[in-house]
Design a protein. Structure first.
Length: 129
């Protein structure tokens, strides 16, 4: 006799590292809801890279520093670790380490990112020198 198996979908954590499904984590930001903090924006941008949502990455990049295009199809994002973050009025920083694989080789990116809030929305500006 065969046993009945459940076909319920398995809830997976969002790529940003929070143990919540994408739909309740970064999904609303990708759908247009403004990220409330630089920290949240950083996590949602990482998830956008991991999901190939380069339109979101570009739309959350400040126009003064925004490139013409981003993304690499062969890059697989593995892990995001936020080291520290702060917000002071309409500016913020987020220090993070992101790990990816390109052509099977691990890559590590360590960056301190600068953010600015304009018109009620946070934007990535650049990496701090």
């Amino acid at each position: 006799m065969k046993s009945a198996q459940s076909h319920c979908p398995v809830s997976t954590s969002c790529e940003c590292g929070f143990r919540v499904p994408y739909e309740k984590c970064c999904g609303p930001f990708h759908a247009g809801e403004p990220a409330p903090t630089p920290h949240t924006l950083m996590r949602s941008r990482y998830t956008a890279y991991a999901r190939g949502r380069f339109d979101y990455v570009l739309s959350t990049w400040h126009p003064s520093t925004r490139p013409h295009g981003v993304g690499a199809d062969e890059e697989k994002w593995i892990r995001l670790e936020i080291k520290r973050f702060s917000e002071d009025g309409d500016t913020g920083i987020v220090e993070f380490v992101a790990v990816s694989k390109v052509n099977g080789r691990a890559q590590r990116m360590h960056e301190v990112s600068r953010f600015v809030r304009e018109g009620g929305r946070w934007f990535y500006v650049s990496a701090q020198a």
